[in-house]
Design a protein around this ligand. Structure first.
Ligand SMILES: Cc1cc2nc3c(=O)[nH]c(=O)nc-3n(C[C@H](O)[C@H](O)[C@H](O)COP(=O)(O)OP(=O)(O)OC[C@H]3O[C@@H](n4cnc5c(N)ncnc54)[C@H](O)[C@@H]3O)c2cc1C
Length: 444
């Protein structure tokens, strides 16, 4: 039999590191880990996999939350973190072309030298390839959109070993079927992404961050929805509930009020505009009985405030040692946000679970983190089912950004109906041997 065309690590201690994901969900040991530094290595591995019938799991930074990377036991992991070169930074075009292992913070550091930024921000320091493969979004998507809005072109290796360019480095194109968007969000099941051209955006000069506490979560959500209705130029609009604020205080040593809060970033074209917009935000929040208001204007205060928000998942992990975690990720139409938040807290209380609600509320994306142990695993799954059913009933989706992976496959048919069957047709056409991340997103 042909041997793998690149070195493969098969040491048990190394493979054990691939057993768990960030939520504590577990899979089996893969057969090995092959590192790929570029398209030629990826193509050689894929051709070998095709010829030997060995399934592959492409891997970026390993921060996904829905079991995307967990192995059945017969797969080879293709580690793309060594493919980490920024190939071209074109400030005049507001674009960068990168290999898939480049992380978003590295790209941002390089772009900042030109006064530019890569805006998609899932909090974790994910790889650009993994972010495209999950269609990641995050705190800034309320203004700049997620990966589908920011990836202009891709290069990918398909299961038959062919290499194709999908899309062009232009802001719009009406040419042919959109295969670029098909690969975005495909979770490594349709092709291995080996290069991306992404949009960069100017770093605005006038930025302010605000943290505003409210007496109830309903008041915080209502204030957020009003801000959207008034078209206030928020570039981040995040909801954090009281339990999460308590966890942040304990983890970060802060002393924020332990009540529901909005974390907001505001961007403006001038100092006068920033002050006017800030006043309007405060007026809206006071109309909803805001309790406590903090504004951060300089870089380090803003950075500190957003660090507090971004560490939330790890703060909750620290608050519930020894637990595994279920993270719901539904997105609903904006008018349904208050109902979705109320339903989630109600289901949590009914099932006796310690739920923490947060979310990219400006996108209608509600996250609920549920710590659980073996004894409460069934209740946690029931909670997830109820929350997703509620979202689907009001016209929403089972996952706004984390993706279907392995854990949310159970909701795919209910959400998509006939379209779920079309997804299988596409998977069979592009990967008839079911070699690319098998068992994720769709079963064929
Ligand atoms: C604390 C925390 C907060 C988070 N917050 C957010 C958030 O706000 N928004 C959000 O969207 N996500 C969030 N996530 C989830 C995670 O960061 C994203 O899913 C991210 O996009 C995964 O990128 P990665 O590089 O870690 O990919 P991995 O986890 O390595 O892989 C994810 C999927 O992509 C596939 N893949 C990876 N690289 C490639 C490639 N080159 N070609 C083809 N397929 C590939 C894998 O097979 C897998 O299916 C969070 C995670 C954590 C831990």
């Amino acid at each position: 039999m042909r041997t793998v065309p690149v070195p493969v690590d098969t040491r048990g201690a190394v493979l054990d590191q691939y057993l768990l994901d960030e939520t504590g969900r577990s899979g089996r040991r893969p057969v090995g880990v092959a590192a790929a530094a570029g398209v030629e290595e990826v193509r050689a591995i894929v051709e070998w996999a095709r010829d030997t019938g060995t399934p592959l799991i492409p891997r970026g930074a390993g921060t996904s939350l829905e079991g995307h990377l967990l192995a059945r036991g017969d797969e080879l992991v293709v580690d793309l973190s060594p493919a980490d070169r920024i190939l071209d930074l074109a400030p005049g075009d507001f674009t960068a072309t990168v290999q898939p292992g480049v992380t978003r913070t590295r790209l941002n550091a390089a772009a900042a030298e030109h006064g530019l930024q890569f805006t998609v921000d899932p909090g974790a320091d994910a790889s650009l390839g993994g972010m495209a493969a999950t269609n990641a979004s995050g705190t800034t998507s309320v203004r700049y959109g997620g990966m589908r809005s920011n990836v202009l072109a891709l290069q990918a290796v398909f299961a038959d070993g062919s290499v194709a360019r999908l899309g062009r480095a232009v802001r719009k194109s009406a040419s042919g079927y959109d295969l670029r968007d098909l690969l975005i969000g495909s979770a490594g099941t349709l092709g291995v992404i080996t290069e991306l051209t992404v949009r960069l955006h100017p770093i605005p000069e006038w930025l302010r961050a605000l943290r505003i506490s409210f007496p109830t979560i309903t008041a915080a959500v209502a204030a957020a929805v009003d801000m959207l209705g008034l078209a206030l130029p928020v570039s981040r609009l995040e909801l954090v509930d009281a339990a999460s604020m308590g966890a942040i205080n304990a983890f970060r040593g802060t002393s924020y009020p332990v009540s529901p809060a909005l974390f907001i970033d505001l961007e403006a074209a001038s100092g006068a505009a920033a002050s006017a917009d800030e006043s309007e935000i405060l007026r809206v929040c006071r109309a909803h009985d805001a309790l406590d208001i903090a504004t951060a204007r300089d870089h380090s205060a803003r950075h500190g405030l957003w660090e507090d928000r971004h560490t939330l998942f790890f703060a909750l992990k620290a608050a519930h040692p020894g637990n595994r975690f279920l993270v719901t990720d539904t997105a609903v139409p904006l008018s349904r946000i208050p109902g979705a938040v109320a339903a989630a807290t109600g289901f949590g209380a009914e099932l006796g679970l310690a739920v923490s609600v947060a979310g990219h509320i400006g996108d209608g994306n509600v996250h609920v983190v549920v710590p659980y142990r073996d004894a409460t695993a069934e209740a946690a799954q029931r909670f997830s089912d109820l929350v997703v059913r509620h979202a689907l009933d009001v016209g929403g989706t089972a996952t706004g950004e984390h993706g279907i992976g392995l854990a949310k496959k159970r909701y795919l048919a209910e959400e998509h109906g006939t379209a779920a069957e079309i997804m299988k047709v596409i998977k069979r056409a592009l990967d008839p041997g079911n070699l690319l991340n098998p068992g994720k997103v769709v079963d064929i």
